[in-house]
Structure formats: C-alpha cells, structure tokens
Design a protein around this ligand. Structure first.
Ligand SMILES: C[S@@+](CC[C@H](N)C(=O)[O-])C[C@H]1O[C@@H](n2cnc3c(N)ncnc32)[C@H](O)[C@@H]1O
Length: 217
C-alpha cells in the first residue's frame, strides 16, 4: 500500500505537460522525507548508472579520484553508489537546494552546485570533469533534451558520460522521443563517441531503464 502511494506520487508530477517550477516545488517539499519514501519502492536507477560508470572507468584504468559530476543528484542516491564503488571526487549538481541539503548530509560530495540545467551553457567551466553521470534527470518537467550539448561541454575530451532514462519515456513522451535522434546527431557532429547502450530491468518499479555510455570527443 505504502509502495502504491509513493508510485502514485511520482506519477502525479512526472508526466507530460507538467511545469518545471511545479516539479521543483514538489522536490522542495519532499526533500526531507524523499529517501524514506524511495526506500519503499523498487528502484535500481542509481545502482544501474553508478555500475555503468564504475565499469567504464575501471575498463579505462582510471584512478578512483577522477573528477565526477553527478547531474540531477537529488538526495545523492547515485553519489552514494559511486562512493560504495570507491570513487572519492564527486560533485553534485541539482536545481533544488533542499534536495542538495540532504545530499550534503551523506558525506559523499566535495561540492554541491545549485543550478537549473537548461538550454544555455552551465556556470561550470568547459572541460572540468573526467566523467558526468545523470540518473533520472531526463524526465518531463525536469531536464530537457536541449540541455544535453551543454552538459557534454563540461566534460574533458576523452571523459566518460553516463545517462540513464526510463525506457518508456523514449516512446510515450514528445520530449524524449527526441532523445535518441539527438544522441545520434551529437555523435555525427563529433561531440561524443558511442561506447554502449543497454536496457536495465526494474529500473523504476517494474519499468525498464536505458543506460547510455559515451566518450566525450
Ligand atoms: C528523480 S530526482 C533525483 C535522481 C537522483 N539522480 C537519484 O539517483 O536519486 C530528480 C532530480 O532532478 C532535479 N532537477 C529537475 N530538473 C532539473 C534541472 N533542470 N536542472 C537540475 N536539476 C534538476 C530535481 O531537483 C531532483 O532532485
């Protein structure tokens, strides 16, 4: 029952047509109890994203102190999964200060950046990070596709980018039907290079997720 209520809460604001400001209001009010509620539902998104990034960085024989930016970090689920895998140099970025305050209490992140990612360059300098991860950031009312080129720019050439998205969004939402074509276009424009893309089960409840791993050019 509790699980159904939490899923229903997500469904109510993670839907087409929702306004970005309303989404941030939900997180602002939810931040202090978000982790407790999330523990009630089946979700493996942070685990899937962190595993993909850790596997790729290990494959590349990168040290554990590579500089990582966790975009839409929320309360830090993904950062915590990266910490469990030994990574020590992670910054969190999120548009909601209240979510970042919870993330800060977990002693995972070096810096916390409160920034609303949109269709303009980030406040972060280009070529700053060795890796960028964004788990559950590309959702209606959250981060839109047009932010992607700006996110890539803060990653150093040769750096790793991991994105995870709920698979159904790629088909049922107008915004995220644009994502795969955009990903291909950015590859054709020489902004990044394909490493791997795969489906991961039980990503959010019973729903599948898609994990994308790319290399910045
Ligand atoms: C589903 S939650 C957190 C997901 C988190 N990565 C995890 O693994 O638990 C989505 C987060 O995206 C943030 N967010 C939404 N739109 C954003 C934007 N345009 N720029 C930055 N953060 C945004 C919200 O504040 C919220 O904390």
């Amino acid at each position: 029952m509790a699980q159904t209520l939490v899923m229903e809460k997500f469904r109510k604001f993670q839907k087409s047509g929702v306004k970005h400001g309303d989404v941030l209001d939900v997180y602002k009010k939810w931040a202090s109890t978000y982790d407790k509620d999330l523990d009630l539902i089946k979700h493996s998104s942070a685990h899937a994203g962190a595993s993909a990034l850790a596997d790729e960085l290990t494959r590349l024989q990168k040290p554990k102190n590579v500089r990582i930016l966790d975009v839409a970090a929320g309360t830090g689920f993904c950062g915590l999964e990266l910490k469990k895998r030994g990574f020590t140099n992670i910054d969190a970025l999120d548009a909601c200060q209240e979510m970042l305050n919870v993330a800060q209490s977990k002693d995972v992140y070096k810096s916390l950046i409160c920034e609303d990612v949109g269709d303009k360059p980030l406040q972060i300098e280009n070529d700053t990070y060795d890796a960028l991860i964004c788990v559950e950031g590309f959702i209606d009312g959250h981060i839109k596709c047009d932010a992607l080129p700006h996110l890539l720019k803060v990653v150093k050439p040769g750096g790793t980018i991991v994105l995870t998205v709920r698979e159904e969004f790629l088909h049922i939402t107008a915004e995220f039907r644009k994502l795969d074509p955009l990903i291909v276009r950015l590859r054709e424009e020489g902004m990044w290079e394909f490493i791997i893309r795969y489906i991961t089960p039980n990503y959010f409840g019973e729903k599948d997720g898609v994990v994308y791993v790319y290399k910045r050019k």
